[in-house]
Design a protein around this ligand. Sequence first.
Ligand code: GLN
Length: 296
Amino acid sequence: MVLKEIQHIFYKALDAIYGRDEVNSFFFLATEHYLNFPRFQLTLQPEFTLSKAEIAVFFKLLEDLKQQIPIQYILGETEFYGLTFKVNENVLIPRPETEELVDLIIKEHAISSVKKPLRILDIGTGSGCIAISLAKNLPNAQVYALDISKDALKIAKQNAILNAVNITFIEADILEVTTVLNLVNNELSETDFLFDIIVSNPPYVRQLEKKEIQPNVLENEPHLALFVTDLNPLIFYKAITNFAINNLKQKSKLYFEINQYLGEDTKQLLVQANFKDIELLKDLNGNDRVLKALKD
Ligand code: GLN
């Protein structure tokens, strides 16, 4: 069987679910991943003959895509901020909005990080995408990454190795920790434990927003990383803001990815906690998505 025949089978089975453009993009990703084809080669070699084993792999992929399993979980990896990350059902698939958050932090600290080491904490690291892309792009960064999920940390640790960065991973529930000392088991000396940057993309989708979430997200991505209750949707932002009051250096910044419908409410938390220069920023879709603030 040749490649273009398989491609047509994919179109026939998947166009109705995803649309032609997305099916094409799946097919490119798959030929890249399974056959090591650079993107243009698919168009150059439509007559490429696949082995029996390769055909089997493509048909398995087709079945999984029919079930609407995200392609990133099927292939076991994705790209974020130009880096490759392993992903599985225990971690969220990194989103483009989060790339914007990372880009903002890198731009704001590119110069200061050359002059002195920056101690950074990422709370709720998941795949490690924020922590690792910051470590990779900010010289001298000392990055700590926390998550409640052992399974997520397993993936994040693999991603740190894959991307050749050194990160201190901490298994903890941010709702239970107040000081970094109990967080990192006295690993840091008391005078030395404050952070230069705290960043978090915590769970923020309310139950009432479930109907807006795509079925492939709802059925496959970890609910632990996505959802909060309708009654206390800012629970993580409250805990992290309190944590930042005690553990962020003066004149240092706190960054949040936020629920687009709760921009003003989340901002008010920071106003009340006396943070300064608070800015609510929109993502590429024009939704309120990032909050940044300076600890006075
Ligand atoms: N942006 C993600 C989504 O819409 C949610 C991420 C989160 O809850 N932190 O699926």
